[in-house]
Ligand binder design. Structure first.
Ligand SMILES: Cc1ncc(COP(=O)(O)O)c(C=O)c1O
Length: 401
């Protein structure tokens, strides 16, 4: 059996981190695992270059979406054979929501919260318009979700960890309550997978989707994943009925017939090069204990909260203090938050900004430790107390914040 890796102690050396940078944005784009370049290069030169089209069989490109799904399954408490990799998260939540709505066709309401990531809400709007059957998206405050569950709701459609505040929903409790009222659940795990232990099977979740470019470190534009509970996998319909989700893609039949199980959630040709990067990043995840990552993440988050609150009273914590109620990021509201983040980035402390005033710091214990957190807090103090952020160059707003 491959030896387990100790979080940070063994894992930090497996990432490329530029000198002079304290990287607190792994909740947006994970750092580069050293094994990625070699793996992608091998897929390019040996598999694509030498094997050419044969590699779909000889290098197992065709079965890779399912294989990688099984490796992600371990991190999210999913049953083997229930997770499929491919496409983008926006497409995967669309597929999940469409299938969930169809399972509850007599009801017309989708319940979500005002903290959900916009693409999830936009995809729901688009799906509602395409279906044209009078569905509605009802948004309530995150704290009001539980009370808003009722027998009118078709689908509970939530992101487990809020991208801005880091607040975490209680997936097990909400799923149980939803099921008692006949509601189907769809969970977005963008800020959960690789950030904290998720137990989809234990919670009885129906559908879930997530991305691999954040805590899973698979690189910009890395493919997403979709979970379908095994009890639904034989009946859930894919709204994106592409040829790769057909039961016999290479029979080239004129009509669509869904593949069995989660295979039906495949759409088109998978991104082979991006999957190679994911494969290499999962080589690290296969060898770490997510419970250990979580324990470190909470300690480091507490440390950052303490250090920043002590040094910078101007920054207001918006992440819940209770460990069970947060994911793996720490966010502060600050009026000059955008400029302050630019000033921090110029000093090598990389976090990001979310409108209107949130400074986000991702906590990724695979490559961030206590020394980096304390050094980051010192620099945050210098930027805020020293008013460095007021300089004109930090007021220029970039396309990506
Ligand atoms: C919760 C959540 N869902 C979805 C997305 C984005 O989806 P996509 O990968 O399709 O851009 C993000 C991006 O940060 C996110 O935070």
């Amino acid at each position: 059996m491959t030896q387990k890796l100790r979080v940070y102690e063994d894992t930090k050396a497996l990432f490329h981190l530029p000198d002079g940078v304290i990287y607190l944005d792994g909740n947006s784009l994970g750092a580069l695992p050293l094994g990625v370049a070699e793996r992608v290069n091998r897929v390019i030169t040996v598999e694509w270059g030498h094997e050419l089209i044969r590699a779909w069989n000889t290098a197992d490109w065709y079965v890779q979406p399912r294989r990688l799904g099984d490796r992600i399954a371990r991190l999210i408490g999913a049953e083997p054979g229930s997770v499929m990799v491919g496409d983008t998260l926006s497409l995967k939540v669309y597929q999940a929501l469409a299938a969930a709505l169809e399972m509850n066709a007599a009801r017309k309401l989708i319940l979500s919260d005002t903290g959900n990531f916009p693409t999830d809400l936009y995809m729901a709007e688009g799906l509602i318009a395409t279906l044209g059957r009078g569905h509605q998206l009802r948004l309530v405050a995150p704290e009001a979700i539980e009370a808003a569950l009722s027998e009118e709701i078709a689908v509970l459609y939530l992101t487990e960890v809020d991208y801005r505040t880091g607040r975490r929903h209680d997936m097990a409790k909400l799923t149980a309550k939803a099921h008692a009222l006949g509601i189907v659940t769809v969970w977005d795990l963008a800020h959960s997978a690789g950030a904290l232990p998720v137990d989809l099977a234990g919670a009885g979740a129906d559908f879930a989707a997530g991305c691999t470019y954040k805590y899973l470190n698979a690189g910009p534009g890395a493919p997403a994943f979709l979970y379908v509970a095994p009890r639904h996998a034989g009946s859930a319909r894919s709204a994106l009925s592409g040829w790769m989700g057909h039961e016999k893609p290479f029979a080239f039949e004129l009509g669509y017939a869904a593949a069995s199980g989660v295979e039906r959630m495949r759409v088109g040709t998978p991104p082979v090069l991006a999957m190679a990067a994911l494969e290499a990043s999962l080589d690290i995840w296969d060898r770490v204990d997510i419970a250990e990552v979580r324990a470190w993440s909470l300690d480091l988050s507490d440390l950052l909260i303490d250090e920043v609150e002590r040094r910078c009273p101007q920054l207001k914590l918006v992440t819940p203090r209770a460990p069970t109620q947060r994911g793996s990021q720490v966010s502060f509201a600050f009026e000059g938050g955008y400029a302050a983040m630019q000033a921090l980035i110029a000093r090598g402390v990389i976090g990001d900004f979310r409108a209107p005033d949130i400074m986000r710091f991702g906590i990724t214990p695979l490559y961030i430790g206590e020394d980096e957190i304390i050094r980051a807090a010192e620099i945050i103090e210098e930027v805020i107390a020293g008013e460095e952020w007021r300089r004109p160059e930090y007021q220029v707003v970039n396309a990506v914040t």
